[in-house]
Ligand binder design. Structure first.
Ligand SMILES: Nc1ncnc2c1ncn2[C@@H]1O[C@H](COP(=O)(O)OP(=O)(O)OP(=O)(O)O)[C@@H](O)[C@H]1O
Length: 601
């Protein structure tokens, strides 16, 4: 899809009038919960079917959240069942051909089987359903993170997804991807500095972080490391709240949350949903998956989509769902939390639920109850949803255009560089000053020094001996740098992928910062190594010879590491990454040959 520059659209779409929702600027920029009241009134005036174009002129300002009216219709998604690859090339080609011609339907697993719905700014849409029903998958499709094998129609202000939307969508994933060595405060501050508009002062950005931490109850653990894996850090609930803070900090227009309340006690979960309500009422569209909300929480959702094995069985207003199911004669026989009742229906566990007579008569099994509910959804609710989607007025043209506008970077390349540089250094500094690493480097240098103790280059055989040592040193520093990158990158890959999906910074910034930061280690260790081995081995004791040798080794270490970082970065972003892998070994081989030649000369 064509993406245009912001300025062009502003000129084309409408004359800029002064914002009619003045306090929204505060909400978009600095405020968060304070002007919710005012915003909610503005949005109540502008429900989907009665969009007042004048009221939206404010979004021409790039820092304002753009209202996103989301519609999805007949969304289907399937994945290919894993099968061992055939070693017979003819069979492999046939299988590929058959799959392309759709002849192998049975080899696909259907995850979503026609989901329809819609949601508007100011609303919270809750996706409910048992584990494995397809909630996360739907959320990922809506967030533009799953695109292959997706069928159906998903529109944002009546326009299909485009990468221009990346920076308008906040996605809180189930597995909270946060850098483990940073503290909670550092995590939020770096995110604020990277993503909040440049016209906000540093104080305002700090104040916003402060406010989010207060709202989410993160003050007590602000100086605690995030942790993860073997690093001890904050609790699971605090981690979840930090992830949410990380996303809502930048006021995304569309906020998607995957199980935000998992790991929280019921009071914190309620508080969190209150916060999400505030975010929604301030003009954002919020979609959240949720497993088992308390009845209090349940009533805070504006819309509900109940999914059972990839099929929707209810969609509509949360408060109407009990009425809908009782109209179908599904009535709880004991007092039940509505969420519990809905999940029982979606899983087919209907022990304490009275069933409609026609279903009882047909000797209901678990599957027949679900099939019954799916059928009822298809006949009663789906046509209504589709009709509503089609009947509702099209989003105003300027909103349609604005959605295609790629937001400019909030800060310059240099500003991104300084922030990412600081962040990378803080994240990796423990590795750089690792005692074991230092011990290894010094140990090897002393060992080599002893083996080549006071060697001389008087005869050809002795010279060859010294060249052997030089060769060993080159190989040692090449492989050390490779392993440095191999150990760091797989861990950082998930963060890089996540942040790239949110379009947080330029890829070149990440690459330059990663390479420059690692230079700390690639200068410190080889220098101390060379200081020992050079003099113990009795190489020429002239300043020029020493510094040239040191310079060569530093160059080898830095180039090896920079090249590996580069290959890994390309590996992450390239769609032809498999083709790259054979290239790794070839590049290394050519590299080593070059190094040896340089040394010989
Ligand atoms: N790439 C894939 N390959 C095979 N199966 C997949 C793939 N992605 C998802 N699935 C399957 O699709 C189903 C739905 O997964 P999804 O993560 O959307 O469920 P969910 O409703 O979010 O579950 P939970 O509440 O446990 O997170 C699951 O059965 C899962 O195993």
């Amino acid at each position: 899809m064509e993406t245009r520059k912001e300025g062009e659209i502003e000129d084309m779409s409408m004359p800029l009038s002064s914002p009619t929702m003045g306090s929204m600027q505060i909400a978009g920029g600095n405020g968060f919960g304070h002007n919710i009241e005012f915003m909610s009134q503005a949005y109540l005036r502008n429900r989907y079917s009665e969009i007042d174009i004048e009221d939206y002129t404010v979004y021409a300002d790039k820092d304002q959240p753009l209202p996103i009216f989301l519609k999805f219709e007949d969304v289907e998604y399937k994945v290919r069942n894993h099968q061992p690859a055939s070693i017979n090339p003819v069979r492999a080609v046939m299988s590929k051909l058959a799959s392309q011609l759709n002849l192998e339907q049975d080899k696909y697993k259907e995850i979503l089987k026609g989901v329809t719905g819609s949601t508007s700014p100011g609303e919270i849409l809750a996706l409910m359903g048992p584990s494995g029903s397809g909630k996360t998958t739907l959320l990922k499709i809506i967030g533009g993170r799953l695109t292959d094998n997706v069928k159906g129609n998903i529109t944002y202000n009546d326009i299909p997804y485009s990468p221009a939307l990346k920076r308008r969508i906040g996605f809180v994933t189930q597995d909270d991807i946060l850098l483990p060595q940073l503290t909670v405060e550092e995590t939020l501050v770096f995110s604020a500095f990277l993503r909040l508009p440049s016209d906000m002062s540093l104080q305002q950005k700090y104040a916003k972080v402060e406010m989010i931490m207060k709202e989410l109850g993160l003050e007590r653990c602000r100086h605690t490391r995030i942790g993860g894996g073997l690093v001890k850090g904050i609790s699971g609930g605090e981690r979840k709240r930090t992830s949410i803070g990380y996303e809502i900090l930048v006021d995304p227009s569309l906020l998607l949350l995957d199980e935000p309340t998992s790991g929280l006690d019921s009071t914190s979960a309620n508080k969190l949903i209150h916060i999400l309500q505030g975010v929604a009422k301030a003009g954002r569209t919020v979609i959240t998956t949720i497993h088992q909300p308390s009845s209090r929480m349940f009533h805070m959702f504006d819309k509900l989509l109940l999914i059972s094995e990839g099929y929707p069985i209810y969609s509509g207003k949360g408060r109407d769902c009990m009425e809908y199911f009782s109209s179908l004669r599904f009535i709880p026989e004991i007092a039940m939390n509505p969420a519990e009742f809905l999940l029982d229906l979606a899983t087919g566990q209907v022990n304490d639920i009275s069933l409609p007579e026609d279903l009882v008569a047909s000797q209901g099994s678990v599957d027949s109850e679900r099939a019954y509910l799916q059928l009822k959804y298809k006949t009663h609710l789906e046509p209504k949803e589709k009709e509503e989607n089609h009947r509702s007025t099209k989003a105003p043209q300027h909103l349609q255009m604005a959605i295609q506008v790629k937001k400019d970077w909030t800060i310059t390349w240099w500003e991104q560089f300084t922030i990412i540089m600081k962040r990378t250094f803080r994240e990796r500094r423990r590795d750089y000053f690792d005692k074991l690493r230092l011990l290894q480097s010094l140990g090897v240098s002393v060992l080599l020094g002893l083996l080549w103790w006071k060697s001389s280059a008087a005869t050809e055989a002795q010279l060859r001996d010294q060249i052997g040592l030089l060769f060993y040193i080159c190989i040692f520093w090449t492989s050390s740098s490779i392993f440095g990158a191999v150990y760091v990158f797989p861990f950082e890959k998930v963060y890089l992928v996540k942040e790239r999906k949110a379009d947080m910074y330029r890829l070149s910034v990440y690459y330059v910062c990663s390479t420059l930061c690692d230079m700390v280690a690639h200068v410190l260790y080889p220098t101390s190594f060379m200081l020992i081995v050079y003099f113990m081995a009795g190489f020429k004791r002239t300043a020029i010879c020493f510094f040239l040798s040191l310079f060569t080794i530093l160059l080898i270490a830095i180039i090896s590491q920079g090249r590996d970082d580069g290959l890994f970065v390309v590996d992450v972003v390239s769609s032809h990454r498999r083709l790259l892998r054979p290239a790794y070994t070839e590049i290394y081989a050519v590299d080593e040959v070059l190094i040896v030649h340089v040394l010989w000369l």
